[in-house]
Design a protein around this ligand. Sequence first.
Ligand SMILES: [Zn+2]
Length: 450
Amino acid sequence: MIRLLPALLLASAPALPAQATDQRVYQFEDLQLAIELPELEDLRSSPVSGDQLRGRWGGKLGAHQVLITLWSVPRQEWGLTDPVEVIDNIAFNARRSEGGEDFEFDQRSLLAGPFGTLPYAGFAVSSDWKGTEKIRLHYYLGGLAEERGYSLRVAVEPPPDEAVRERLMTFLSTGVRYSGPGEDPAWTDEEAEARWERDRPEELQGKLKIFRTEHYLIFTDSSSGKLFGKKMEECYDRIQQTYPFPEIEGRKLMPVFLFRTKEEYVDYYVKIAGNTKAAAAESKGHSYRDYYATYYDAPNDPVHVHEATHQIFSNRLGLSGGGSWFQEGVAEYMSTSHNERKAFAKGAAKRGGFTPFREFVEIPSLLGSAKGQKDVKGGSVAGKRYTQAASIIAFLRESDFGAEKFPDFLTAVGGAERGRKGVERAIQGVYGVGLEQLEAEWVAYWKKAR
Ligand SMILES: [Zn+2]
């Protein structure tokens, strides 16, 4: 669940606090958090009231004005289970505040350190522009305490030079210290059992087996949990090689529900995701919220790497934007071969028969948009759209046009708001072209593909 937060991060210059102070260390007992401010000239603070804004300080670093704020919200109410989600919420709220529709982060990553119950923080940077001039920079750090999530935000104006940037990064990486109890990244057995009891279909009482791998927690009633865990790790490795992302210590294992039979899987899908029985029965696996659920059939089925990609993009990378074409594209690229993509894309590039990019990026669900539709030759429209999406990712990752900036493309489009406007702006920012030109490059690439 996401709630609106009063935004003080956009357009107009934030006023600096009025009261001079020389106190630099602050303790927040309910968060079990200590903050040591950087050495600022003319350090000021202002009293804060209310539940969410917890601290507000300002000062100068040479010619730069610096404003620091600390916010916190209850974890349970906001559904916060990972520091990445604190950062997601900042973008979500910024886009819904006045003048913030076009909000994007310039950069996102994780910082390792004693930031909360899990030993890392979400980190992001954004810019404020006045015409073509960058006038202000914002840094965001998001972490989890036991009961509450928090974000520490730093606004700098004008944007920092290298020396100021370094001092602020030192503050963000060393000025925050959490001293409360940690969470077990591997889940405690009680925690895992409680999750199973909450979510399992009724008929599976007392049948739980739990297997842990390096990145996954497998809940199962089948005898194949161990083997399946191995397969999931192989998927993880392939995904990480294709879309490189850093490993950071202490991340929570990702839950996988592996059912013995298809019937049990369908019951679970209907119970948790509220899908109809008929729709659930058409799938072999699905990822939703933090989990992946499937049933034991063929461990090498491409569905597993496809769904594992969805789970990693949302649960690990915080890249759940861009729209259905992007999400299905990165997943389907993992579960198809070059020849499968070429069989569609080469012909489509030569003779037409693909969905124009401007229309394609706006489709809310590639699957739902074409339910049951067949084209003139009797192929499924949804199937072609999946392959088109994969062929766009293949083109960007493998072509001279796209390869070098492919990692930037993933971050920018995966972090962009769904819809044509956000996607086009992100692509423009990375590749310097609009959607029509991107489509022309895609056509030229696939026409020549071997
Ligand atoms: Zn998918």
